[in-house]
Design a protein around this ligand. Sequence first.
Ligand SMILES: NC(=O)c1ccc[n+]([C@@H]2O[C@H](COP(=O)([O-])OP(=O)(O)OC[C@H]3O[C@@H](n4cnc5c(N)ncnc54)[C@H](O)[C@@H]3O)[C@@H](O)[C@H]2O)c1
Length: 345
Amino acid sequence: MSDVVEVQVPLGDRTYTVTVGHGARTRASSVIPSTARRVAVVTQSGIPDTYIPQFPQQSVSIHHIGDGEVHKSLTTIERLCSEFAREGLTRGDVIVAVGGGMVTDVAGFAAASYHRGIPVVHVATSLLAMIDAAVGGKTGVNIPEGKNLVGAFWQPHAVICELDALATLPEREMRCGLGEMAKYHFIVREDLNEMPFNERIARCVGIKAEIVAADEREGGIRAFLNYGHTLAHALEIGTDFEIAHGEAVSIGVLYAAHLAHVLGRISEQRVDEHYRVVHDVYGLRNPLPEGVIADRLIEDMGRDKKAVNSLTFVLDSADGLEVVSGIEEQHVRSALDALMARLAQ
Ligand SMILES: NC(=O)c1ccc[n+]([C@@H]2O[C@H](COP(=O)([O-])OP(=O)(O)OC[C@H]3O[C@@H](n4cnc5c(N)ncnc54)[C@H](O)[C@@H]3O)[C@@H](O)[C@H]2O)c1
């Protein structure tokens, strides 16, 4: 194990460490609570067993959940909790999630609920889980009425970002993580491009940690993590989720730049910088999906969670990101036209 970096998420007596590096999973046994006699590992069958850490002092049970959002459900939570109960898992024990954001969201919510809350350690194996889902304490599952509609804030006891795991991550999943990574370039005004990739992952974790520490329950700046997500969600809905979330975010970030420009908030050069990061640094040249219609996108953006009474976006400015409400539809439409024209070039 070399070049392992530790990032703190400072939350008072719930402060925890995110360990980022190749072979970081070997530290898992030292970060679980000292009271733990049993470890319940939650993972998926497609995730290589080699990423499951060893816990020589504890009795370990392995619990698989299905692949895909349909399994991110209350049914899965009930099944997991029954399995934990049969294993005799108590509040002094620990759940260890080994996987991508789906596993950390599900295992995190099971941990928040079982015995009214037991510690959870996330071992993130996808890029998206490392830089986003595993850090920050948002957990939850889907119900037919909506994605992530049932959940809890439940901070992990520790997080491990196992960089070895990126070697087996499917290419499309990697690209999805890169789509989320691109947004961090605009949350902070730092030259993330210059950093080696592993350091950039740790820096993204650090940025998320700072935001979570400042706004744990998303009353303010945590919304910046949704940069590019308003159009992204509309694209996901408009394509019946044919487009993957991270792919949609990579387009949404470009759209947010056009909208900020239409509103006179940023220069043309800053729009170009968005394209440089998304297209050149990350190679995410995703076209707008075929058949998406501007009217439908605008309607769906109006229904976004952040939009209370009007079209609301996280937008760039000379002073950084801001949440902007009350945006007129004509501006939203002009920015869509500009995006479509540029992506068609
Ligand atoms: N809680 C949060 O703050 C937060 C933030 C962003 C996203 N999310 C959630 O995260 C989920 C998406 O996470 P994701 O993009 O990691 O997708 P995912 O967890 O569904 O993983 C994608 C696929 O990659 C596989 N996989 C993961 N790591 C692997 C590895 N190292 N090698 C081989 N295969 C591997 C998984 O088994 C799965 O098939 C969504 O449910 C989303 O809602 C949560």
